[in-house]
Design a protein around this ligand. Structure first.
Ligand code: NI
Length: 156
């Protein structure tokens, strides 16, 4: 069902509005409303993560698959969080390095814990979590949903 659009007035200093219009141009927005909506959604996503709410996100890691046992350790950690890991994609970047993108959902702190465990492993070169939200609680399957896609799930 489509949400009704509501209008409201915003007052701000001319200098602040000027800087905001610069931001709008730099980020290719075509109008202020869409930029304001995105900023509000971003703030609400930050709230979800700050208050350990149910949320969704993606963990991105780059690692050297020649490091002994690393692929296995990363796999084992993900299997310790079957309710949180929704899907993962593995990309062989070059001869040495792999990238894995893991889509996660669940309590924000659980997801952070999962990411921290993987990022802290020796041989993981870079790792990030991108927090997102659907604005509602996303429940894949019965909480035991676990899927892998892409080539080379295991290749050590
Ligand atoms: Ni690989």
């Amino acid at each position: 069902m489509e949400d009704e659009l509501k209008r409201f007035g915003v007052s701000m200093e001319a200098s602040l509005l000027e800087r905001f219009d610069g931001y709008i141009r730099d980020h290719s927005y075509t109008n202020r409303s869409e930029a304001i909506r995105d900023l509000i959604r971003r703030a609400l996503v930050e709230e979800e993560w700050a208050h350990d709410n149910e949320t969704v996100g993606a963990i991105n890691i780059v690692y050297n698959h020649h490091v002994p046992d690393l692929s296995q350790k990363l796999n084992n950690i993900q299997h310790d969080f079957p309710g949180e890991v929704v899907a993962s994609m593995h990309v062989h970047l070059d001869h040495d390095n792999c990238m894995e993108v893991i889509v996660v959902c669940g309590q924000a702190n659980e997801i952070k814990g999962l990411a921290d465990k993987m990022i802290a492993l020796r041989g993981v070169l870079h790792g990030t979590i991108t927090g997102s939200t659907a604005g509602s609680t996303f429940k894949p399957g019965d909480g035991h949903h676990h899927r892998h896609s892409g080539p080379g799930h295991s290749h050590d």
